[in-house]
Design a binder for this molecule. Structure first.
Ligand code: AMP
Ligand code: MG
Length: 360
């Protein structure tokens, strides 16, 4: 299949006539059952018509994703929520008011018109209204309901730029809309509103605190920061390998100086054994690392920057054929909860905790 790549420059929504026309033709591709990758404020999505079972099957095929892993349905207008859910509950209204359009996905019992192909066989549907103007326009031109997982091959880190979408999806889908780099860089927060109190199944930019302020009480699925507990995961996608780079990633936790020293020791050993070693650090410690490739997520003071750069660094290490990766660790509070959730999954939960009182 020939994949068309179209660049959209007007990211503020003031599209040129050429861009407007391109978005219209992208919408037509969706309505005819084709697939279009598009930028959102979180990561790039791989879109198909959410109400067309054949489109959802194509999404699973293009990603190489197991078909019991449900898709998120993207809408662009509040009035489009009620037709696809059993009931727009008071809680749904409250969090939509507070966080839509934006990086929040809510789970509600599904209406009959949502095919099981889209929900991975579940009676519930995940819905999000993205704020990115390109995403919004595409959804409207595409018929109002766009099922879209992240636009990566299953198991790889989610793409934060079109370059990485092309890497994974060229030849597998009809069209890619290139809208530059995403703002947030991590997938949406997923809140399950079918349980009481509502439960966060996947942490994201909208934090537990932010949701609690609106809903009063919100729990967090305990598996999100834990190693495989053997428990049946609440969200089907939670059981699959995710966000993983090709190199073996280990997270090192402890006092700053010990972390740096430990990583340098391990890196030297690995390099002596023929490995190509990458380090994921922060501005504060970056100059001290000795490895083949050293990259900063930004300042420790700037969690937005850390979230935004994580996936692109993992992807860059893949491009550079890095075989061992060491990363600093972060506080799992606020946005850090989402950062550590992705980092732990990418590392297959390999976390080394250094003793604060001992030299490594
Ligand atoms: P992605 O589209 O790659 O960002 O991942 C979508 C994730 O949303 C899935 O892997 C699930 O974990 C979650 N999800 C989507 N729909 C549902 C649902 N109905 N119930 C529970 N989790 C869902
Ligand atoms: Mg994904």
């Amino acid at each position: 299949m020939d994949t068309k790549v179209i660049t959209i420059e007007a990211l503020d929504g003031a599209f040129s006539p050429r861009e407007e026309q391109a978005l219209q033709s992208a919408g037509a591709v969706l309505r005819q059952g084709g697939l279009v990758a598009f930028p959102t404020e979180t990561v790039y999505g791989l879109g198909g018509d959410a109400l067309n079972p054949a489109s959802s099957r194509k999404i699973y095929a293009a990603k190489g994703r197991p078909s019991d892993n449900p898709l998120i349905v993207h809408i662009a207008r509040m009035e489009d929520l009620s037709p696809i859910v059993k009931e727009v509950t008071a809680e749904a209204r409250q969090i939509a008011e507070a966080f839509w359009p934006g990086p929040l996905t809510m789970i509600l019992p599904k209406a009959d018109k949502v095919p099981y192909e889209t929900t991975g066989g579940l009676e519930t549907v995940a819905v999000r209204m993205p704020s990115h103007p390109v995403a919004q326009k595409l959804i409207l031109y595409g018929g109002g309901y766009v099922a879209a997982p992240s636009a990566n091959l299953s198991g790889r880190p989610s793409p934060t730029t079109a370059k990485y979408v092309i890497e994974d999806m060229d030849g597998r889908i009809d069209m890619i809309l290139d809208g530059g780099e995403g703002d947030i860089g991590l997938e949406s927060t997923i809140a399950d509103l079918t349980v009481s109190p509502p439960q966060i199944l996947r942490p994201g930019y909208i934090t537990q605190d932010m949701l609690t302020q609106v809903l009063g009480q919100v729990s967090v699925d305990r598996t999100i920061l834990e190693a495989d507990s053997g428990q049946a995961p609440r969200a089907p996608g939670m059981k699959y390998r995710h966000y993983a780079p090709q190199g073996e990633l280990t997270i090192i936790s402890g006092p700053g100086e010990q972390v740096t020293a430990y990583i340098n020791t391990r890196a030297a050993e690995d390099r002596a054994a023929g490995h190509r070693v990458g380090v994921i650090g922060t501005d504060e410690a970056l100059a001290q690392y000795r490895a083949d490739i050293v990259r900063s997520l930004g300042s420790r003071q700037d969690e937005d920057s850390i979230a935004r750069h994580l996936y692109s660094i993992l992807r860059e290490f893949d491009d550079e054929k890095v075989t061992r990766i060491y990363s600093e660790c972060f506080e799992a509070t606020g946005l850090g909860q989402a950062i550590m959730n992705r980092l732990l999954k990418a590392a297959g939960h390999k976390l080394i905790v250094l003793d604060g009182n001992r030299k490594p």
